[in-house]
Design a protein around this ligand. Structure first.
Ligand code: ADE
Length: 236
């Protein structure tokens, strides 16, 4: 998979050199290119923002550097990339989104800052890209970079070969609508706290049953919104 990130803070993406994603890059499973938006400006100050039409607080990212950067990036490959613009006003990024994006050959991320990118860029970009605005959740970050780190990690770990033990992907939270069961390792008693007896029993059927019950109880307690609604009361 090819990934490109356009940002005014290329250093923010340095963690993508680390850990499993860094190894996947070195193994050639992921090809990642980070581009500095300011390289596509032409003034002495490398200006990427300007005041908003209509007034209001903050600055807006100018369309011209974005157009030049996105045109340059789209010209680097031979398929039609998906352009992802992270932002709190986007569709929610979820595990199914990550799974769908993991099927694509080429993702380009555009990191907005300030009050956002001039709206015309989104429409302009549709000639070369499939454009999606995606939000991590209902809170506001200072820019798209941290969201790109999260999205790239969520997508890249689903690519064949990136995670050594592919089985560990199957029973994770959000893969089947339930949260993960609690896990324990040695020692069996620590600080006076014991590992649940069933896990020491060697009875795989009982263990599977216990883990399933734990997943339901945990989902009920922490994320009841993930469970199907209870059936309506029977007519009296
Ligand atoms: N940029 C700013 N806030 C964001 C959010 N909640 N999700 C994705 N990108 C963002």
């Amino acid at each position: 998979m090819r990934l490109d990130v356009v940002t005014i803070f290329p250093d923010y993406l340095a963690p993508l050199d680390l850990s499993l994603i860094g190894k996947a890059r070195r193994d050639g499973l992921i090809e990642l290119h980070v581009h500095d938006l300011r390289d596509f400006t032409h003034d002495r100050h490398r200006t990427v923002d300007d005041t908003p039409y209509g007034g209001g607080a903050g600055m807006v990212m100018k369309p011209q550097p974005w157009a030049e950067a996105l045109e340059y990036v789209a010209g680097q490959g031979d398929s039609r990339p998906t352009l992802i613009v992270p932002g709190p006003g986007g569709e929610r990024f979820t595990q199914p989104t990550a799974r769908a994006l993991a099927e694509e050959p080429w993702l380009v991320f555009a990191c907005g800052r300030y009050e956002g990118i001039d709206e015309r860029v989104y429409e302009w970009a549709t000639s070369a890209y499939d454009v999606r605005v995606l939000s991590l959740g209902d809170y506001v970050l200072n820019g798209g970079e941290v969201a790109v780190l999260a999205m790239v990690e969520a997508v890249a770990r689903l690519l064949p070969g990136v995670i050594g033990n592919a089985e560990s992907l199957v029973e994770e939270s959000h893969e089947d609508g339930l949260l993960e069961y609690p896990v324990y390792t040695k020692p069996a008693v620590w600080q006076g706290l014991s590992v649940p007896e069933v896990l020491l029993s060697g009875d795989h059927g009982r263990i599977a049953q216990w883990r399933h019950e734990q997943r339901i109880a945990r989902t009920q307690a922490r994320r009841p919104d993930l469970l199907p609604p209870p059936p309506p009361p029977a007519d009296s």
